[in-house]
Design a protein around this ligand. Structure first.
Ligand SMILES: C[S@@+](CC[C@H](N)C(=O)[O-])C[C@H]1O[C@@H](n2cnc3c(N)ncnc32)[C@H](O)[C@@H]1O
Length: 320
């Protein structure tokens, strides 16, 4: 089946990587291509769209065509039930009358037009290159991310990753189910998203007050998972205990727990040790890292403001 994903424009690379990482975890990617913010994906497998953070909409593809072929596509459409047509220009301005014109074609063919709750919501995305027609299957619930903003939780720290970005980063681990570790969990932004997506999770932080705060945040969302006090440089876990790791390094040169160099080098060894073979570790940092502990799958930059760009490293441990 071919699907059309309308990706969020705030970080297109990340939005695309999120979809592909989940598609890999839930099934098999046959082919994909990107046209502006539309990702066309030929995929075989289970549905995963409820987990997405950086996709606005998902449609089952009906056709992709040129502007001149659009009318014919609508003339030849066969659907069951009432219809509504919604048109969006992506990277291009669309004709405001087009929705009515395309709706009129369907009406003449005998379809009932229902603008409020149609059986078929036809989405037409225009790009400078093509028109993509699809049946809407999923619309992002943006409200959920506003409701989970860090200032609405019992425990808050200034440098936290916001819920939408946290969810997208957790999804880069490419895990359908299993146990995920954040060994520097802070307020628990990654753990909350992992838990809400049904993943098992374990958190750890160096400081007792932060561990207690994180536990309160998880309780607030009725999530169960272990959070312990510990040091990422010497983790109290068995070898290959986790199906995925996601973590966000401190942003300062030195922390109360030691120097930055030592934190990175020792944590890298530990991350390699506790991660299962063939699994991913997603490391977030403000640094451009020269040496990495595992094979790099890809790296994405995410600009927060003038003086902070987060680097998201997606790494994989070999299968062996
Ligand atoms: C950038 S913050 C993580 C923020 C987190 N992603 C959130 O959204 O709340 C980095 C965290 O690493 C923790 N940390 C620093 N050194 C550590 C160490 N040696 N072992 C474990 N945690 C450590 C800090 O206490 C801090 O909570």
């Amino acid at each position: 089946m071919r699907s059309l994903f309308l990706l969020s424009g705030e970080n297109l690379e990340l939005a695309k990587a999120e979809v592909l990482s989940l598609a890999k975890a839930f099934g098999k990617i046959l082919h994909y291509e990107l046209d502006e913010r539309i990702l066309l994906l030929d995929y075989k497998g289970e549905k995963f769209f409820e987990r997405l953070a950086m996709t606005h909409e998902l449609c089952e593809s009906v056709a992709s065509c040129s502007f001149n072929e659009l009318r014919d596509q609508f003339e030849n459409l066969y659907l069951e039930g009432s219809c509504c047509v919604r048109v969006s220009g992506i990277g291009i301005k669309s004709d405001p009358e087009l929705e009515k014109k395309l709706g009129a074609i369907l009406w003449k063919k005998g379809y009932k037009i229902d603008l409020k709750s149609p059986d078929n919501l036809l989405r037409v995305y225009f790009t400078p290159k093509a028109c993509h027609i699809g049946l809407l299957r999923f619309k992002q619930n943006k409200k959920q991310f506003r409701e989970r903003m860090p200032n609405k939780r019992p425990f808050f720290m200034p440098i936290v990753i916001l819920p939408k970005l946290s969810r997208a980063i957790v999804n880069l681990v490419s895990l359908k189910k299993g146990l995920i570790l954040d060994p520097m969990c802070g307020t628990g932004s990654f753990l909350i998203e992992a838990g809400l997506m049904g993943l098992n999770f374990c958190g750890m932080d160096f400081y007792r007050d932060i561990v207690e705060g994180c536990r309160k945040n998880l309780e607030f969302f009725c999530l169960r998972g272990e959070v312990l006090q510990g040091d990422v440089r010497e983790m109290p876990f068995k070898d290959r205990a986790f199906d995925g790791i996601v973590t966000d390094y401190p942003y300062f040169k030195a922390t109360r727990s030691g120097t930055r160099e030592e934190l990175y080098s020792k944590s890298f060894q530990e991350i390699c040790r506790v991660l299962k073979n063939g699994s991913r570790a997603v490391l977030v940092t403000n640094l451009d890292l020269k040496v990495l502990p595992l094979r790099i799958v890809f790296k994405i930059n995410h600009r927060v403001h003038g003086s902070l760009t987060r680097r998201i490293y997606v790494l994989e441990k070999s299968v062996e």
